[in-house]
Design a protein around this ligand. Structure first.
Ligand SMILES: [Mn+2]
Length: 483
């Protein structure tokens, strides 16, 4: 039977993960210096990325500055490129970039931006005086800290630890817990959250809806991982649960949530899912990601999406992908009521689009070169979710995990361009794949721009250079895997 590992012994943890015990002093000094400069600003525009990490990072800085009595506005962008930079350049406010900016420093200079700060965890192009980026101190921003985490450290250095839970939601949103737990700087932040009674940590099954959905819908709606035979089929899920001797209903005949199950029932269900996925030949790294630490937000109402960090991040990601990021920022800042209602309907629409996207891709299939898979959305998948669909292709077994996936969609803002999304997995990253580097250099070669993380990245390229770009990327992956 699968047992959830227990990490109650904090001392053992410290021995296993020595880096978690304290922040590098040079990084902390840098944070304090930049924070001191930030403290002197009056009118600020926070500009952030449209995913869960960017939205939480934005909310942390907005909250910090508001509590310090500053005049703050915020703006969420899909990406930072020459067009979007020009759109914010007219502000007379000081710009604070969160979860973006480090990879676009030369572009920011080129476009004539002067008074700005960067609080980011993407690999930096160069040093800059008002930049906080842990990469410059030996940390890996892909796994050790999120953009929201860096924003939290800035807030912490100014005495505000109240938003630690948002930093954890950001890290989970950027999948930094995909091997089952958070590490390093994320761990330090997590400890702050636990100490301040914002968060509780436990090892358990990690599926969307563990708080907010009846169990059969938690399983039926699972797209990460995709559960063969169960995803999309609530009746099969009820059978699956009943066959384990677990009653799906409470005594009053209402449906149980996963959190209503006893510890033994949870173990039984986790074990059965684990075996079921193994039987279906789902790659083991995906199965393992299904079980691990869950982060409960103690100040949120029980049985709502906001009670669980992963559910919260899913809600925020949906807002971002559907161009409704502001709703997400308001929820992070504590607004509920109409904002939460809106976010829920956005999530519903988002899930429908994901399901249709996966169905489209299952039908159409992918093409391949020696070192990559690729597909074109044919206008059927929105550019905002095509990256998510590319990532889901592994779990849905449309592609095998041996090569990265490259997806193309038409750029809505400029149809002469294609939006490129690239997704890999940890085993490819361990073998040398770095999608962010590949997207940056290969897109430049064809007159585009791009960048991102090792495991997930994107680019914009001229439409007519698609085939040339694919060949260059294929060669770059070959080199990355060969080194
Ligand atoms: Mn991020």
């Amino acid at each position: 039977m699968y047992t959830f590992p227990s990490y109650n012994n904090e001392l053992l943890y410290l021995m296993l993960y020595p880096k978690m015990s304290s922040i590098d002093q040079r990084l902390w000094k840098r944070i304090k210096r930049v924070s001191e400069n930030l403290r002197r600003e009056d009118a600020v525009l926070v500009v952030s990325h449209h995913d869960a990490d960017g939205i939480t990072a934005c909310a942390i800085i907005v909250n910090l500055l508001k509590e310090m009595g500053k005049d703050v506005e915020f703006k969420i962008l899909r990406q930072l490129d020459s067009v979007t930079i020009d759109s914010i350049n007219s502000t007379d406010r000081t710009i604070v970039f969160t979860d973006m900016g480090s990879g676009q420093l030369s572009l920011l200079r080129e476009r004539g931006l002067k008074n700005f700060y960067i609080i980011d965890h993407h690999p930096p192009e160069m040093d800059y005086k008002n930049q906080v980026n842990p990469h410059q101190y030996g940390y890996d921003g892909g796994i050790e800290i999120s953009g929201a985490g860096v924003a939290y450290l800035v807030a912490k250095s100014l005495g505000n630890e109240s938003m630690a839970h948002l930093a954890i939601i950001g890290a989970v949103g950027d999948m930094q817990d995909s091997d089952g737990k958070l590490h390093s700087l994320n761990r330090i932040i997590l400890n702050d959250g636990v100490r301040n009674k914002l968060i509780k940590v436990k090892n358990d099954l990690r599926l969307f809806g563990r708080q907010s959905r009846p169990i059969q819908y938690m399983l039926a709606y699972s797209s990460d991982p995709f559960l063969p035979g169960l995803t999309g089929n609530p009746n099969a899920c009820i059978e699956f649960i009943k066959n384990l001797g677990i009653s799906p209903k409470r005594e009053d005949n209402s449906w149980k949530s996963y959190v209503d199950l006893t510890f033994d029932e949870r173990k039984k269900l986790a074990t059965a899912l684990y075996i079921h996925l193994l039987d279906c030949n789902v790659p083991e790294f995906i199965i393992q990601g299904m079980i691990g630490e869950v982060y409960t937000l103690l100040n949120e109402e029980k049985r709502t999406e906001l009670r669980d960090a992963k559910e919260f991040s899913t809600l925020l990601n949906a807002c971002g992908r559907q161009n409704k990021s502001e709703i997400g920022v308001h929820i992070c800042l504590g607004d509920r009521g109409k904002y939460l209602k809106k976010a829920r309907s956005v999530l519903q629409k988002h899930r429908l689009m994901l399901r249709e996207g996966i169905e489209f891709l299952t039908e159409k299939g992918v093409e391949e070169l020696s070192n990559l898979y690729f597909f074109d959305s044919d206008g059927k998948i929105d550019e905002n979710i095509i990256g998510v669909i590319a990532g889901m292709a592994y779990g849905a077994q449309i592609v095998s995990p041996n090569k990265p996936v490259i997806a193309f969609a038409i750029d809505k803002e400029n149809p002469e361009f294609l939006k490129v999304s690239a997704r890999a997995n940890w085993s490819l990253v361990r073998r040398g794949i770095h999608l962010g580097n590949a997207m940056r250099s290969c897109s430049r070669d064809v007159g585009g721009e791009g960048g991102g993380h090792d495991i997930a990245a994107g680019a914009r390229i001229p439409r007519e250079s698609k085939n040339e770009f694919l060949n260059i990327v294929n060669e770059t992956f070959k080199k990355q895997l060969g080194d």
